[in-house]
Ligand binder design. Sequence first.
Ligand code: ADP
Ligand code: MG
Length: 509
Amino acid sequence: MATPGELARLHAVLNPDEHAHLQRLLGSWSLLSDLSFSDLVLVVPASGLEDEGDSELVVLGQIRPSNRPTRLNQDLVGQSPSRQAWSIAADAMEKGEIVRGEVEGISASGPIASEAIPVRFADRVIAVVVRIGLEQLGPSGPSYERIYFDAFDRLAAMVAESAFPFPDNDVGSEESPRVGDGVVVVDEEGRVQFASPNAMNAFHRMGVYSVPEGRRLVDLGVEESAVEWALTTKRPVVEEVERRPDVIVLVHCIPLVIHGSVTGAVILVRDVTDVRRLDRLLLSKDAAIREVHHRVKNNLQTISSLLRLQARRVTERAGREALHEAERRVRSIAIVHEILSRDPGDQVAFGEIVRALVQMAEDSVVGPPGVTIEVEGDLGDLPADVATPLAVTLAELLQNAVEHAFGVDRRALRSGRSPKRKANGSGGVSGRVRVLLDHDDQGLGVEVRDDGVGLPKGFDIERTTSLGLSIVRDLVVAQLGGSIEMARVPRPEGGGTVVRISVPVAPRH
Ligand SMILES: Nc1ncnc2c1ncn2[C@@H]1O[C@H](COP(=O)(O)OP(=O)(O)O)[C@@H](O)[C@H]1O
Ligand SMILES: [Mg+2]
């Protein structure tokens, strides 16, 4: 099924501004449908407007009233009604005036009295709105029927003279109230001519208990700036009026402008208190999640400080180093929670985590700077349950690079002694570590490459029992379902070690 936009491009000869005008009409014409209690159909000539005679019509849009049963059970969008049966549409297009008559072929019970309203845009009739069914609802109908019809007629005249829909793009958004939510009609001075029962409810909630006809809303204590502004600027105004701490009413004021003069306004009002309350609840849920991450981070930092304190008291070297290692691992997890506590939602910008981990690895090398770590690429936002194991993994790999690749031993790392480094080809002492990140539909790729001494002879990641790489293997393979490769970089390519990790990720929803 083609969208109205596609249909318009396929069939009608419309320039982009005309096209946008029709889109705005389709976005705001529920008002017309409800005020006229009628089905509306938007038709355009299929093969250009200049081409008179028997050019076809194409239906671009259709809307049913929300306050009355529809008369059109069928979906007409995309169809080409016969010119003879829909002659009023062709007439309206040609004359540029509202034409009343009948439409045939859409109801088994015969022709239906209808009217065709030309849609003008900048002096050109670009389409026609056909209102199906004109008859009054009768004595059993609502007493406000006459007022609605009258408001509709004024809006229809605006459509015909290019004054409706308004050029503002933001009007007619999904949020805009419908007639059924509550409608008030005021005259050109803002005096109430009619207020629907739902509109009255909204006023009650705002503390206004009667809205007598003929009184101005402002005299009744209703904030009237939206109405006043719409009447003076001749532009629609959307405003949220907050009365008392917890009543919020959305006011959408549409001025009725004929030949450039304001004759009144239709005001749609909707009590959005509950919607906004839900928004606030959701908002505070986000805040609560952030708070939890913040606390987890604080707890992890406390644990990491305890480990550090404990390490100081251990005289045996191996034990002290083990505690230092544990402290570092806890800190890398804390980094993830720290960043999650700043971002709303359960996704985390991995780039920020990488930055913090790089900083941590660089900080662990005491003494004259000798190891530089560069990062290329990005993994985007990741869910927390992927980001945490990946962060711990990256921390291990970076630590190994600074610790093993350049002959820096652990004592040197922590004692503050200047670490000895492998002499590279040029006799310099600097080491370079590169972190390459990439992300596609298949998964995540993390590569850590150093130009250091390379892996010890006979090294095999599958068989290593050392703790760091065992943790990495467990996280990547068992927890993330990914794979690891570790290899020596051949001398001609600079030597050193490369570790590649790939992790499949489920497509994001
Ligand atoms: N980038 C690297 N360059 C050289 N050797 C490495 C590198 N990464 C790991 N290794 C070797 O793999 C061994 C195991 O690493 P790991 O499991 O992290 O334990 P640890 O870091 O505690 O020694 C290291 O002792 C080291 O010999
Ligand atoms: Mg290690």
